[in-house]
Design a protein around this ligand. Structure first.
Ligand SMILES: NC(=O)c1ccc[n+]([C@@H]2O[C@H](COP(=O)([O-])OP(=O)(O)OC[C@H]3O[C@@H](n4cnc5c(N)ncnc54)[C@H](OP(=O)(O)O)[C@@H]3O)[C@@H](O)[C@H]2O)c1
Length: 279
């Protein structure tokens, strides 16, 4: 039996759909029925359920708010992933949890591999990096997958924001100095599953292929939906954001692609399928 935490989020929702298709048995939980910050509750929950895999899709994802909510952010992104790893170890289950391209400072200006040394610029990035280390400390045979700019059907994301803005505005400004890759949560779930099946535990990067700035992503979405307005290039400094952003954090997914023997599709292809789904 597979246990999914944070199942109402983008990735959790797509794991559920994948397992429905594959006829894999799972239990989907979110904060209302399983708060992952309470290890005793988690221990109790998994008892007698024959859980063989825990997929942690829950997280604190509000990058700017995290600057003021450091403790809450750490609870969800550092300690809870570690505690789930402890429980997985206790019950002999496999374990996968997720991290982010925000662990990097962007100074490399080339694809980031798993070998590169993180240097997070924000509370959120730091909480995720600490979480990675804690997980491997307590259960080295875990999967930790870093991804970037996730979009899917189940929750809010940048694609949906852009579509909403386009409904009420005929001029938009989007930053072109943050570069990474949008990642479709459906692909994140599918390629993670391919990875889990290999049992080749470790740290992996998984994002859709190709790189884009937020401007490129917005432009692509707006073009696809036929928006007729004016799109301007902006800079991160124009927006007075609480958390510092790196300029370039595109993840190199080739380690994972090699292990699973499959190529991950481009972000444009991901957005095409996402927009079809939204119709
Ligand atoms: N979204 C991105 O752009 C992005 C980028 C890089 C990495 N990631 C990582 O990828 C993974 C999946 O992200 P996602 O976008 O699918 O996340 P998401 O849509 O924000 O979903 C997270 C889910 O976890 C739930 N949750 C919050 N606190 C919880 C708790 N204490 N116990 C159990 N569940 C709780 C959330 O509920 P509420 O909505 O009620 O809080 C939400 O349903 C996460 O590890 C995330 O950090 C995401």
């Amino acid at each position: 039996m597979i246990l999914i935490t944070g199942a109402k989020g983008q990735l959790g929702y797509d794991f559920q759909r994948l397992f429905d298709e594959l006829k894999e048995e799972y239990i989907a939980t979110d904060v209302d029925d399983l708060d992952i910050t309470n290890i005793e509750k988690v221990r109790e929950f998994v008892k007698d359920k024959n859980i063989t895999l825990i997929i942690n899709c829950a997280a604190y994802n509000n990058v700017d708010k995290a600057e003021d909510e450091e403790e809450l952010c750490k609870k969800l992104n550092t300690y809870a992933p570690r505690d789930l790893a402890i429980v997985a170890k206790e019950i002999g289950a496999d374990y996968i949890t997720y991290s982010t391209d925000f662990v990097f400072d962007g100074e490399k200006k080339a694809l980031y591999t798993e070998e590169d040394i993180p240097n997070p610029l924000s509370v959120y990035g730091k909480s995720k990096y600490e979480g990675e280390k804690e997980v491997f400390k307590v259960k080295p045979e875990s999967f930790v997958v870093r991804t970037s700019w996730v979009f899917g059907i189940a929750n809010n994301n940048f694609n949906k924001q852009v579509i909403n803005w386009s409904k009420s505005k005929d001029e938009l400004s989007i930053v072109d100095d943050q570069i990474s890759s949008p990642t479709y949560s459906k692909d994140l779930a599918y390629y993670s599953w391919e990875l889990i099946k290999t049992k080749k535990y470790g740290l992996y990067h998984l994002s859709n292929d190709g790189e884009a700035s937020k401007y490129d992503q917005g432009k692509y979405v707006l073009g696809k939906i036929g928006w007729q307005g004016k799109l301007n290039r902006a800079k991160t400094k124009d927006f007075n954001l609480k958390a510092k952003r790196a300029e370039y954090t595109k993840l190199d997914s080739s380690k994972l692609e090699k292990v699973i023997g499959k190529k991950i599709p481009s972000w444009e292809n991901g957005i095409d399928r996402f927009l079809e789904e939204m119709e």
